[in-house]
Design a protein around this ligand. Structure first.
Ligand code: ATP
Ligand code: MG
Length: 272
């Protein structure tokens, strides 16, 4: 038996579908008519400049904010994410950028934080065994589950936060900047972990500013700009294309990409 949840949604089927999601904060339009799909077993990278609306979108899916308009369909059903527990109960787990771990508590306590009392009436030994199983399956390099979070590295903390989010067996996991504070080796470890979660059939949304990380792990790259959709790319897209879509350069990346897709005769082996 495995402890990492295997999604019940058949691979390739749509887990999440957003249509026309808008969010106003007073006079500020943070999001305007956003469409987004995530399939089972897919990593979707959400990229965009500062203020593009990425975190706002994550918070809507986490049940923190309510959209001003638009529809959220989860596993084929229209849903209203009234609060964070509604999102969690449906199967949408979020790892926020600040991780929300308790520094002074150990790994087991953090994985089960706030969950000891409701669904899991478990004793310490059972919680410890479950924590180990979960971390082993993620191939996490945590020296001990009985050491406080304060003595773990950034990558190890991210791993604990992801393990914690998997405890309630979600179908979709949202990661806000999971590699932002990490060095090269730790980043690689967290990216591997994201792949393992994806391979279990979960849908993953990863917010990131790092194009290298995005390209390493994403199946699709969704660009937001000024609160609107501004292109969907494959990981093979060039930096120029992505940066163009992110910054809205006049030389439009989406149109260039479309142009390149036309069958063309290479001239002298170069790009037409
Ligand atoms: N609670 C709020 N009240 C008012 N305005 C907000 C609120 N949250 C976000 N905004 C505004 O919505 C827009 C989108 O912000 P958001 O935090 O979603 O951007 P982001 O893409 O996550 O940026 P970053 O890369 O800097 O994290 C910004 O103009 C921001 O000022
Ligand atoms: Mg943000």
């Amino acid at each position: 038996m495995t402890d990492i949840p295997t999604s019940m949604v058949p691979a390739g089927e749509r887990v999440l579908s957003l249509r026309g999601i808008s969010k106003n904060f007073g006079a500020v339009s943070a999001l305007t008519s956003i469409d987004l799909d995530v399939h089972a077993g897919e990593v979707v990278a959400l990229v965009g400049d500062n203020g593009a609306g990425k975190s706002t979108l994550v918070k809507i899916l986490a049940g923190v904010h309510q959209p001003t308009s638009g529809t959220v369909t989860f596993c084929g059903r229209p849903v209203t994410l009234t609060d964070p527990s509604a999102a969690l109960n449906l199967g949408i787990a979020t790892v926020f950028q600040d991780l929300a771990l308790c520094e002074n508590l150990d790994v087991v306590a953090n994985i089960f934080l706030g969950r000891e009392l409701n669904r899991f009436q478990l004793d310490e030994t059972t919680m410890e065994v479950r924590s180990w199983k979960l971390l082993n399956e993620l191939s996490a390099r945590i020296p001990s589950v009985r050491i406080p979070i304060a003595s773990l590295s950034g990558g190890q903390r991210q791993t604990v936060a992801i393990a914690r989010s998997l405890l309630l067996e979600p179908k979709l996991i949202l990661l806000d900047e999971p590699t932002a504070a990490l060095g090269v080796a730790q980043t690689a470890e967290v990216l591997n972990l994201i792949e393992r979660v994806r391979d279990r059939g979960l849908g993953v949304i990863m917010v990131s500013h790092n194009m290298e990380d995005v390209r390493a792990v994403a199946d699709r790259i969704v660009v937001l700009r000024l609160g609107r959709n501004n292109g969907i790319f494959t990981p093979e897209a060039s930096n120029q294309e992505l940066v163009g879509a992110i910054t809205g350069a006049a030389d439009n990346a989406v149109s260039r990409r479309a142009g390149r897709r036309q069958p063309q005769q290479p001239i002298d082996g170069g790009r037409a």
